[in-house]
Design a binder for this molecule. Structure first.
Ligand code: CA
Length: 450
């Protein structure tokens, strides 16, 4: 598609959108997605409950009220409608737009990926993306480069493979890149956290920081990220052995906290142990509250264990705390720490990557936690408030069924939220150009002159 005269194209597109917006009637979506079948990332549960190709869902209409945004029109914020365009890559940070006229609009950033699991940005703006079969891809100026930064030998079976990736806080100087992936260990599977050096467009000099983390076809956790304290956090699944989540001597079913060299931080809650929190089943998303620095994690609930399903959680992670798995799920047992958000006994999200919205394009999302869902096939938005900023005010499901399985949610350096699909992970029904990386911007409005 040529954009030689893209400003004219854009203006024309804008006019079309404006007319479409004016003609749009209020959504009549009252119920959201159909109740999902039990299970989520569970191979014994098939993918036949995926909505048909004809499914075009609109975001659930809630009356989100911005509490942290500047005064604006007293009229209600219009409920978001997904629109999709291909636009040239913006070269400058977005300009804040008037609240009353802003709607989320989705742009396609990249297509043709295979089960992307994590994406980060280098200081020079390059996007680095993992694909679960083992490739580390790079996107430069919106172009997916054919040559990967690395093709790591991983055990890409079930939910395993190349998952998390993080850049060192000092990446600009040292080029350190961290990965977490599943590998074959004897006749079984295990997970490894490694450090690499990015040099001349290649990841080199792999150094193992931690290996032998229990692995399995399912429940490998896999998210890694540096916290504001400069420590490396990693989520580990229970690898199908729930009881180990309660065993402080096991690395499975935990959130771990490492020094950047893999050693145990002196101020970890259990002396000499990498365990930061425990009683987790399969946490896959990490995000730190931009105001308070609190760590939040998404976690998959049971898909058949004990005859239970659903029961997904978002937890506020405190050092040394026990989140209950497999003894309890959800709220109300004083022996364990209650989740902040909970899908309940009949609804499955299968929550994955998470990020706090810190952009300017959609002011009503400012400070909200957004996470992608796999089986739930939507972008989930938690509005948080209260004195500690950690009380659940409201929830909203966006784009239900439109892009299907969502694995990654991340804030880009351009102030926009990015998400990535996971429809080629063996459980989805991929579209022709899946998997895709998408960017959520604000739809143009007359006031901002774009
Ligand atoms: Ca729990």
């Amino acid at each position: 598609m040529a954009f030689r005269r893209w400003p004219d194209t854009f203006i024309a597109l804008f006019l079309v959108l404006l007319v479409a917006g004016a003609c749009r009637s209020a959504p009549a979506n009252g119920g959201g997605a159909p109740a999902p079948a039990p299970g989520r990332e569970q191979p014994t549960i098939d993918a036949t409950s995926t909505p048909t190709d004809a499914t075009v869902a609109t975001p659930v209409a809630t009356t989100a009220v911005a509490t942290t945004t500047p005064p604006a029109s007293p009229t209600a914020v219009p409920s978001p409608q997904p629109t999709e365009t291909r636009l040239p890559t913006p070269t400058a940070a977005p300009t804040p737009a008037p609240i009353a006229d802003v709607e989320p609009q989705v742009e396609i950033v990249a297509t043709g990926l295979e089960a992307p699991w994590e994406m980060v940005w280098a200081p020079d703006g390059r996007m680095i993306v993992t694909e679960r079969p083992g490739r580390v891809r790079v996107i430069v100026d919106g172009q997916l480069q054919p040559e990967p930064l690395a093709e790591i030998r991983v055990a890409a079976v079930g939910e395993g493979g190349l998952m998390g990736l993080a850049l060192d806080p000092g990446f600009a100087d040292n080029g350190f890149v961290y990965t977490m992936y599943t590998y074959q260990q004897g006749i079984g599977l295990a997970n490894r956290i490694s450090r690499w050096v990015l040099r001349d467009g290649r990841l080199e000099d792999e150094t193992t920081l931690l290996e032998g983390i229990p692995g399995a076809r399912n429940h490998n956790g896999g998210r890694i990220a540096f916290g504001p304290d400069g420590k490396l956090y990693a989520t580990t699944g229970d690898a199908g052995r729930g009881s180990t989540a309660q065993d402080l001597g096991a690395l499975s079913g935990k959130i771990l906290r490492l020094n950047a060299d893999g050693s145990v931080p002196e101020d970890n809650p259990f002396e000499g142990s990498l365990v930061y929190s425990y009683g987790h089943r399969n946490p896959q998303g990490l995000a730190w509250h931009p105001g308070t620095g609190e760590l939040l994690a998404t976690e998959h609930g049971p898909s058949g264990e004990g005859g239970l399903c659903c029961r997904d959680e978002v937890n506020v992670i405190r050092p040394g705390a026990n989140y209950g798995w497999p003894v309890v799920t959800g709220r109300g047992d004083e022996r364990f720490t209650d989740p902040l958000a909970y899908s309940g006994a009949g609804t499955t999200w299968a929550p994955a990557g998470a990020a706090f919205y810190q952009g300017t394009a959609l002011p009503v999302w400012q400070g909200n936690l957004l996470f992608g869902t796999l089986r739930g096939q939507h972008l989930h938005r938690l509005v948080l408030g209260g004195d500690d900023g950690l009380s659940l005010v409201e929830e909203e499901e966006l784009f239900t069924g439109v892009y299907r399985r969502l694995r990654i949610v991340a804030m880009g350096p351009d102030g926009h939220l990015y998400i990535a699909t996971s429809n080629r992970d063996g459980r989805g029904r991929p579209a022709a150009d899946d998997d895709r990386i998408l960017r959520i911007v604000a739809a143009p409005s007359p006031q901002d002159g774009r």
